[in-house]
Design a binder for this molecule. Structure first.
Ligand code: CAA
Length: 291
């Protein structure tokens, strides 16, 4: 399967990172969002991140310019019709994703591979509601996309070998590493990472350590680049809670019970960096623990 044009639905944090790495690797990118403002913000973010890469000597000015030229933005899903591969990176809500696939499918070529960047929703269930479950799979990037080396590739029950190999070829061309995961709740990375973050919140909740001592323990004691609470703020506490709920519901094991303190932060609208407050308060010059 020859993949040259890649459609990306959703120009948020993940969508703009995916557009960046795909265009840098030489793919033609069609970046879609319902909001013109989100599309402009995405192009500005990509330009800023490419400039930083140029500044650090990782990308040449000519490659930066060619990368930006390869990204075309559109508010119309129909314009993604010519894509060889589509990666949906919209809001992490099943009804939203389903509605996008319904609108998009009539415009696609029969050969187009359809994928989702979902971090936890069942690939098999999403696939079953499309016209091409055998050409559907999970294509899960990590945040920040331009920096993180891993891409999880998740096969639904019906995904065929050609589809999987074509997606693996794309990951290779990006210079990233693919991990193949079966379609069970939260796949591999989040199955392991989120219970660790949830346990860090329990450690705080039970008064075993403060925000700072928990984060420095894992940074200095286990060589993690970020402490678990800092990382939770980076990912978004609403996302962390949603993934814990997927694990709890999907695997029906009490060991995945979301910590009540995590729920409380989400109820307060303290969602981490994106809302300026989470386990840290980001409104000043330096982040300050909120407990
Ligand atoms: N876009 C592009 N480049 C970025 C970037 C961004 N958003 N953020 C940082 N960078 C680049 C920097 O330019 C820098 O590049 P050089 O190596 O060329 O200098 C490099 O990344 C390191 O950045 P910094 O020196 O500014 O900062 P740092 O050393 O503290 O690293 C970090 C920042 C890479 C984010 C690091 O803290 C880290 O790895 N944190 C953990 C991230 C992580 O675990 N992500 C996975 C989350 S889970 C997930 O995504 C799955 C899910 O479904 C929820």
């Amino acid at each position: 399967m020859d993949i040259q044009t890649i459609g990306i639905v959703g120009a948020g944090q993940m969508g703009n990172g995916i557009a960046h790495v795909m265009a840098l690797a030489g793919y033609d990118v069609l970046l879609n969002d319902v909001s013109a403002e989100a599309l402009q913000k995405a192009v500005d973010t990509i330009t800023g991140n490419l400039d930083r890469q140029v500044g650090r000597g990782k990308v040449t000015e000519a490659d930066r310019d060619a990368t930006l030229k390869r990204i075309v933005t559109t508010q119309t899903l129909a314009e993604l019709g010519q894509s060889d591969l589509v990666i949906e990176a919209a809001t992490e809500r099943e009804t939203v994703k389903q509605a996008i696939f319904e609108d998009l499918i009539p415009h696609l070529k029969p050969t187009t591979i359809l994928t989702s960047n979902t971090s936890s929703i069942s690939i098999t269930r999403l696939a079953s509601r499309t016209d091409r479950p055998e050409k559907f799979m999970g294509f899960h990037f990590m945040n920040p996309v331009p920096v993180m080396q891993l891409v999880e590739l998740i096969r639904g029950i019906a995904t065929d070998k050609e589809t999987f190999e074509a997606c693996r070829g794309v990951v290779d061309k990006l210079g990233k590493t693919a991990a193949s995961a079966e379609d069970f709740p939260a796949f591999i990375v989040n199955r392991i990472l989120m219970p660790m973050i949830n346990e860090a919140v329990y450690t705080l909740y039970e008064g075993v350590g403060s925000v700072e001592s928990i984060d420095s323990s894992l940074k200095l004691g286990a060589n993690h680049p970020m402490g678990p609470l800092e990382l939770a703020d980076f990912i978004g506490l609403d996302t962390c809670l949603a993934i814990m709920n997927v694990l709890h519901d999907g695997l029906a094991d009490t060991k995945y019970r979301p910590c009540p303190l995590l729920t409380k932060y989400v109820e307060a609208g303290w969602l981490g960096r994106k809302s300026q407050r989470g386990f840290y308060d980001y409104r000043g010059d330096v982040p300050v623990p909120t407990r």
